[in-house]
Ligand binder design. Structure first.
Ligand code: AMP
Length: 455
């Protein structure tokens, strides 16, 4: 049997409601902050990522799903969302519109990583970007948005970790000193870090290897190298966070894996998740749009891993209700329905599918058609409604209505049809009423509507 590729997964019907609810919360909060949704392609020219994320980053070196298409172009399944948003911003001259542009996205990302709990090869991110503002107020708005989302989802006790990695000018000076420091201790760092040392020494700082950590704990700190502009931004950010009541920790080893970051970098952690506890991460990227050939456009943003958020929500204070609910189930009772499945099942036939469904149209079809018409009518009122196309017995259909957690069942049998009535049963309250068919719409509008069971 063919299985889904390693590190990917299906969202089955039992899970998909959680995704819908999560996406609804994400969109509602984004609109509250006046962000608009942007959707970019799932694959882009490889160059977009190598030029922005950085040639010597893990993502570009080891994790991209890159392929040549039939026209010989090198394309890559997007490993992250910020570079595509910046590309679209430029391509569609969004910078000519009012600034800043506040954009969010929700979609799949692809990285060839070692799969483990909370780490997949296809995963989904929500991300938000503010393009065109150099102000630390925008950094704080982005951080507040991430915290607000986590809190609305019941994740109390998130930990905000921040750092500044300066700008290309002050970072260059720091880089030189860091290389000197690390080179003198290169025997004590892991093999990966020895390779990173000259190409991307900042990455050595966030290596989780114990011996590397021992070395980097004494390394010079970027915060001592910030130029005047970066220092002012850093102080402004910290002061604003405090005033907003957003407590934070400074971690000078937080550098994040992408080259395009400048000044602020941050991570939002939710410790009960264990090893993979970062639920969101982001920062400022003042040089990104320029690196893509545009005008200088400062930006700041973050991305949140949705699989990880869902894992966290399960453990948090407001797990999503998994309960599936249907407003109405219509049971049309014809001759076939009462036969309870009809002829004996053959070996190749699925026993749950009665043969009677193929019965030639007859008198019962009137009832069935009337029932089907009622289904349409109920749906047109904005309610969810289903029926049994296989025409099983009343008992089997009641069981099905129960399994679907139907709030009401409408029963239409020969007797009812003769009297032009329909029986409505409330599954929750236990009552059953006979309603004239012609006023069933009114009845539903009065008794049922406004109490809908939406997500
Ligand atoms: P990044 O784009 O690496 O800054 O990651 C931002 C967020 O995306 C992280 O905090 C995680 O929540 C999530 N994330 C990153 N990589 C993966 C992955 N391979 N699988 C699942 N979630 C991920």
């Amino acid at each position: 049997m063919l299985r889904a590729p390693r590190g990917t997964g299906d969202v089955l019907p039992s899970e998909s409601r959680k995704w819908i609810c999560l996406e609804k919360v994400l969109r509602e909060i984004s609109f509250k902050y006046n962000f608009e949704e942007i959707r970019t392609p799932v694959f882009e020219h490889t160059e977009l990522f190598s030029r922005t994320v950085g040639e010597s980053t893990d993502i570009v070196e080891k994790e991209m799903y890159t392929f040549e298409d039939k026209g010989g172009r090198s394309l890559t399944l997007r490993p992250e969302g910020t570079a595509p948003v910046a590309r679209a911003f430029l391509e569609h001259s969004l910078g000519q519109g009012p600034l800043p542009q506040k954009l969010f996205y929700i979609g799949p990302m692809f990285r060839y990583e070692k799969p483990q709990a909370g780490r997949y090869r296809e995963f989904h991110q929500y991300g938000a970007e503010i393009l065109g503002s150099p102000s630390p107020y925008s950094d704080v708005e982005i951080i507040a948005l991430a915290v607000d989302i986590a809190e609305s989802l019941g994740l109390t006790g998130t930990k905000l970790v921040i750092n500044s990695i300066g700008c290309p000018v002050c970072r260059e000076r720091y880089r030189g000193d860091l290389i000197k420091y690390l080179s003198a201790r290169s025997d004590a760092v892991c093999e990966d870090c020895r390779k990173r040392l000259s190409k991307n020494p900042l990455r050595v700082l966030d290596c989780k290897n114990v011996s590397c950590k021992a070395v980097t704990s004494g390394a010079p700190s970027m915060l001592d190298y910030l130029c005047e502009d970066c220092q002012k931004h850093w102080e402004g950010l910290r002061e604003l966070l405090l005033r907003m009541g957003l407590s934070y920790e400074v971690d000078t080893s937080l550098v994040r894996g992408l080259d395009y970051y400048t000044k602020t970098v941050f991570e939002l952690k939710w410790p009960p998740l264990g090893a993979q506890d970062a639920v969101a991460g982001g920062g400022r990227y003042d040089g990104l749009v320029e690196a893509l050939g545009g005008k200088h456009t400062p930006g700041v943003g973050f991305a949140m891993g949705l699989e990880r958020i869902l894992l966290a929500v399960e453990k948090g204070e407001k797990p999503f209700r998994e309960e599936r609910a249907l407003d109405f189930f219509v049971i049309a009772l014809g001759q076939e329905t009462r036969l309870d499945g009809g002829e004996k099942a053959s070996a190749t036939r699925d026993e749950r599918i009665p043969a009677a469904q193929n019965a030639a149209p007859g008198a019962d079809d009137d009832i069935f058609r009337r029932g089907f018409f009622l289904v349409r009518e109920i749906r047109s009122l904005g309610l969810s409604c289903d029926f049994d196309p296989l025409r099983r017995s009343l008992k089997a259909q009641m069981k099905q209505a129960d399994r679907l957690n139907a709030r009401y069942v409408a029963i239409l049998g020969e007797e009812e049809l003769e009297k032009k009535m329909v029986s409505i049963r409330s599954m929750k309250e236990g009552w059953q009423k006979e309603i004239p068919l012609e006023s069933v719409r009114d009845f539903i509008e009065k008794e049922v509507l406004g109490r809908g069971n939406q997500c």
